[in-house]
Design a protein around this ligand. Structure first.
Ligand code: RP5
Length: 164
């Protein structure tokens, strides 16, 4: 079994601008991870192999980002019971609404947890994976709570322009 806890996969290197924000969160929380291009339609055999080996390798979650006809998360989920967290990448012509609909509209029985389009979705998918791993890991849960507390402090310190 590998020591990798979370796999981050994407359909193309062009998804990296978005998906790097998932990796940054995993790095911040010291989560053992890997990042790879695993295209559903350009390398389907590798995609199936990745999904088939995920449980045996000990992965706790797969974060999968794709754009357009974004079938990567759903096809991975079809081949593994490891939770798949889908990130809709903004597409050139439809701005990621196509990606979102492709990922979120999984038929009953094969779930993909679907996040927001773009950077927020990538970061939140990683934070969700951290929350999953924090179950039974008090130290990680404390760090996640501290992360939230910093956001609370930042929001509380926000100021608005002078009102007339
Ligand atoms: C999808 O097609 C990828 O996830 C990417 O978002 C989109 C475009 O890929 P490229 O043509 O930029 O390689 O498979």
């Amino acid at each position: 079994m590998s020591s990798i806890q979370v796999g981050v996969v994407m359909g193309s290197a062009s998804d990296w601008d978005t998906m790097q924000h998932a990796v940054a969160i995993l790095q911040e929380f010291d989560i053992a991870h890997e990042a790879r291009v695993v295209s559903a339609h350009r390398m389907p055999d590798e995609m199936f192999a990745y999904a088939e080996q995920a449980a045996g390798r000990g992965l706790a979650a797969i974060i999968a980002g794709a754009g357009g006809a974004a079938h990567l998360p759903g096809m991975l989920a079809a081949k593994t019971t490891v939770p798949v967290l889908g990130v809709p990448v903004a597409s050139k012509h439809l701005q990621g609404v196509d990606s979102l609909h492709s990922i979120v509209q999984m038929p009953k029985g094969i779930p993909v947890a679907t996040f927001a389009i773009g950077v927020a979705g990538a970061a939140n998918a990683a934070l969700f994976a951290v929350a999953m791993l924090a179950h039974g890991d008090a130290g990680l849960r404390k760090r996640l709570e501290d992360y939230r507390a910093r956001q609370t402090q930042a929001a509380a310190g926000m100021t608005l322009p002078p009102q007339p």
